[in-house]
Design a protein. Structure first.
Length: 111
């Protein structure tokens, strides 16, 4: 007697857990002056989480460029301080269930 067992595995995790690249990045192609904000993000468990944060930040007016790194749990965000603030950026991240701690903030280096 032989039997074949098929087991289906379904991921019933957070909304954020969707396959994505290791680094999610968006860029507004304009050469705006801005500030660079480096954040340590806690609560990310997969690449999908970094994508979830990246998508939420895309909705913030004033973010010029962003790069999320998982693993590493880091976010580098260039933003226009005339349109948004670091507090707004952190609140957006915390609103979707993650924590953000400022590692560094500095003016954007001109290229």
């Amino acid at each position: 007697m032989s039997a074949i067992f098929l087991i289906g595995i379904t991921q019933v995790n957070a909304q954020c857990c969707k396959p994505t690249d290791h680094k999610a990045q968006t860029t507004n192609k304009t050469q705006e002056a801005g500030k660079v904000l480096e954040l340590k993000i806690t609560g990310m468990t997969c690449d999908g989480c970094s994508n979830h944060i990246s998508n939420a930040l895309k909705e913030v007016d004033g973010i010029i460029e962003q790069m999320m790194e998982y693993p590493g749990d880091l976010a580098t965000i260039i933003y226009n301080p005339e349109k948004t603030t670091r507090d707004v950026i952190i609140k957006v991240i915390e609103k979707i269930g993650y924590k953000a701690e400022i590692l560094k903030e500095a003016p954007k280096k001109k290229s």
